[in-house]
Write a protein that binds this ligand. Structure first.
Ligand code: HEC
Ligand code: HEC
Ligand code: HEC
Length: 414
């Protein structure tokens, strides 16, 4: 009965196009504690933490000039021009318009924005921080650049579809500090859930592209990227592990691990600029989350005998092609080549990321601490799908690793 009532009220709201969600009273003091910084410095720091630049700057274009294409399950959405240009950018906006965009996901004219703009996370940003961000964006040199029209498929291109989506899956609500937790935990939560919008990739999504509450940061396959965003809710970490995590987020690598692909970009554009104290707060928060099942990319099953055979073949391939960098013992070289033994990417429930790395290669984030990261060569043109599956079966079962088998079919598909 309650479900029916909810559906009815949702439909009514959708039909009348009015925002029916009730809002808690907005918090005004920022959990960030950046009071010693000038307004513009604060805005710049917050923009880094929120990684606004990544989506709003196409390759080779002026910063924040917009027009970068985002592939979504519903079609292609182009990011907006955030420069201070009066006609194509935010030059004519005021603080209220800007707050409405971040907090309500609505453009200046009141029309709803697509959630490819992560306002489901940014809605947690407090007004004080929104105003600092706005002040900063008004200083971005004006670039006149019209953004292409979105290419969204019917029926998703109708205001009705978007308003139904919003009705079910979007609730504006400013961050509310948890009084039972420490100041640092709260700042970490604000950074991870709000500004950092880490859940946009790391939290599993439902069929409507909605992130699922109850499985916060459990780990998810991000279809538009082809990568698994690994689980971040990993349970309590020892102090040494916390420090290693901070180093990983700040520099893109630590003694054992390196961040790759889309995550290397998050470090490159955003995390490397954050204070280590704030990265520590984020780590504290992530380590406190309950562990719930991840939704990584499903892989095919193969028989135990077939996997054993492949793994045997893989050992020879490993010593010929991989051991020079990653070591016969799979321990890699600190800050240069990641260890593959007990590597979370290698032993993840899905072999997807490891397959991607071996096929396409990659390099980690270039950061102040590691301006020229070592790279991993691509093997798609040197090794067959069977050979890649073989070496991965070896990686996933050697040195105490114990992960599910990889079939050559998993390697074929992209
Ligand atoms: C994950 C990608 C992504 C990130 C990160 C992102 N945006 Fe956007 N943003 C978009 C997209 C895509 C749109 C266009 C949405 C639409 O037109 O429906 C958009 C639209 C906007 C708009 C609306 C502009 C208009 O003309 O209506 C504003 C304002 C905005 N973003 C500001 C920001 C700020 C500030 C940040 C950082 C705090 C940010 N964005 C981070 C993708 C992103
Ligand atoms: C655009 C999507 C995306 C966003 C946004 C994102 N991540 Fe990731 N993240 C990934 C992917 C993909 C991986 C797997 C690649 C890897 O491990 O190097 C990953 C891996 C990680 C790992 C390594 C996990 C492990 O067990 O090895 C950490 C830690 C991490 N992300 C933290 C964060 C934090 C903190 C944020 C928010 C500030 C964030 N991520 C935002 C995509 C994303
Ligand atoms: C020239 C040195 C080099 C060689 C040879 C090499 N790798 Fe790598 N490998 C790297 C580096 C550097 C990275 C980290 C890249 C990054 O962060 O994007 C890496 C990353 C990886 C990863 C991802 C680890 C993670 O943290 O998720 C896997 C899996 C991997 N290599 C497997 C292999 C296999 C299998 C071979 C042989 C077929 C191989 N590598 C050969 C240097 C090498």
């Amino acid at each position: 009965m309650r479900k029916v009532a909810f559906l009815l009220s949702a439909m009514l709201c959708a039909i009348t196009f009015s925002g029916c969600a009730s809002e808690p009273a907005p918090t005004t003091t920022s959990p960030m504690g950046l009071d010693t910084l000038e307004l513009l410095e604060r805005g710049e720091y917050l923009a880094r933490a929120a990684n606004c630049v990544a989506c709003h700057t196409p390759k080779g274009a002026a910063p924040y000039s917009g027009g970068k294409a985002m592939n979504t399950p519903f079609g292609v959405i182009y990011s907006s021009n955030l420069t201070s240009d009066k006609s194509s950018g935010l030059g004519d906006w005021n603080e209220d318009d800007f707050w409405q965009a971040l907090h309500q996901g609505k453009s200046r004219d009141g029309s709803s924005l697509y959630p490819a703009f992560p306002y489901a996370s940014y809605t947690l940003i407090v007004r004080e921080d929104s105003d600092a961000l706005f002040a900063y964006f008004q200083t971005i040199p004006a670039v006149s650049a019209q953004v292409p029209d979105h290419e969204v498929r019917f029926p998703f291109n109708t205001p009705f579809a978007l308003s139904v989506w919003r009705q079910f899956f979007f609730k504006p609500g400013v961050f509310v500090a948890d009084a039972a937790q420490s100041v640092s935990w709260n700042r970490g939560a604000y950074l991870v859930e709000g500004l950092g919008h880490c859940g946009e990739c790391h939290t599993p999504r439902g069929v409507f592209g909605n992130t699922q509450s109850g499985s916060t940061l459990a780990g998810a396959y991000v279809e538009s990227l082809g990568w698994d965003a690994l689980p971040l809710a990993t349970g309590l970490l020892a102090p040494q592990e916390q420090r290693e995590m901070v180093t990983l987020l700040k520099t893109g690598a630590n003694k054992r691990d390196q961040l790759s692909g889309p995550m290397a970009e998050v470090v490159f554009h955003s995390l490397q600029y954050l204070d280590t104290e704030h990265l520590g707060d984020m780590t504290e928060y992530m380590a406190s989350l309950p562990i719930t099942p991840a939704q990584l990319r499903p892989s095919l099953q193969i028989s135990v005998t077939a996997a054993r055979q492949l793994s045997k073949e893989g050992e020879a391939i490993y010593s010929e092609h991989c051991a020079d960098c990653h070591g016969v013992d799979g321990l890699g070289k600190a800050h240069q080549y990641p260890a593959l033994a007990a590597n979370k990417g290698v032993i993840a429930a899905s072999p997807n990321n490891a397959i991607r790395m071996v096929k396409h290669g990659g390099f980690g984030a270039s950061t102040t601490a590691r301006p020229r990261p070592y790279s991993m060569p691509p093997y798609a043109h040197q090794l067959s799908a069977r050979e890649i599956a073989a070496v991965l079966n070896y990686l996933r079962s050697a040195w105490g690793n114990a992960a599910s088998a990889v079939s050559p079919q998993d390697v074929w598909r992209d």
